[in-house]
Ligand binder design. Structure first.
Ligand code: SKM
Length: 247
């Protein structure tokens, strides 16, 4: 039986195991999908040693960038993006050969595209972690300009939460939350943006899918924005990962 899985920390919120387990059952695929909540990425090599049959892994928060140091090879787009959420593993006499890919790009792109209208040409990306890199890449491909919003701006083009105001929000009508703020179990949190600046012109996309409606989505929706959670993106990136593992 082939074994796949997910690394990240913590993993209690994740639907990946349920998604793949149901898929394997429905499609009569002899495989299993396990959760590997590792507390530091330093545990990754010993995880591979302990499971010298793993065929593929998803990588989630907070390791999408850190995992790159452990790979033998990286797909050209994942390298450009600087984040990996899919690892394909080939075993050569108990020695793993790891290649990294990014399926968040296609997942996000296909999920947001049907909602984009002609006035949606500038986006704010909340957060600067691994998932934000895939979002930025996809938005650029879709023809949108974007700006990162960060707690600790590392680049002159990044805007801090403190300096985010209603005027900026008027110009940037797509807002994508890539932070874990509001993810289960901490569902009472949300990114600190001036929600009074949100209007029906806005499209607010949250990469979080658990809970189904985050506080960020609720607050934007109350102001008339179109909102979407990350569940469809999760499914699309999972299917793209499955294609990569089976190529
Ligand atoms: O990139 C995905 C990852 O493959 C799986 C996941 C999850 O299980 O919540 C979320 C995203 O980071």
């Amino acid at each position: 039986m082939k074994t796949f899985g997910l690394i990240g920390y913590p993993l209690g919120h994740s639907f990946s195991q349920k998604y793949f387990t149901e898929k394997f059952k429905a499609e009569n695929i002899e495989a299993r999908y396990l959760n590997f909540p590792i507390e530091t990425i330093g545990e990754f090599p010993s995880l591979l040693e302990k499971h010298p049959y793993l065929a593929g892994l998803n990588v989630t928060i907070p390791y999408k960038q850190q995992v790159i140091d452990y790979l033998d090879e990286i797909d050209i787009i994942a390298r450009e993006v600087g984040a990996v959420n899919v690892v394909k593993i080939a075993w050569d006499d108990k020695k793993p050969r790891l290649k990294g890919f990014n399926s968040d790009i296609i997942g996000f792109s296909r999920s947001i595209e049907p909602l984009l209208r002609s006035h949606h040409n500038k986006a704010l990306i909340l957060g600067t972690g691994g998932a934000s890199k895939a979002v930025a890449y996809a938005l650029k491909e879709l023809g949108l300009l974007y700006r990162y919003v960060s707690r600790t701006p590392q680049h002159p083009s990044h805007v801090s939460y403190e300096s985010l105001n209603e005027e900026i929000l008027k110009e940037y009508t797509v807002i994508v939350n890539t932070t874990p703020m509001g993810m289960a179990p901490k569902t009472d949190q949300c990114p600190s943006i001036p929600y009074n600046g949100i209007s029906s012109q806005h499209l607010a996309f949250d990469l979080i899918y658990n809970p189904e409606t985050t506080l960020f989505m609720q607050k934007c929706s109350q102001k008339g924005a179109v909102v979407k959670n990350g569940l469809e993106m999760l499914h699309l990136q999972a299917e793209a990962a499955w294609d990569i593992w089976n190529k």
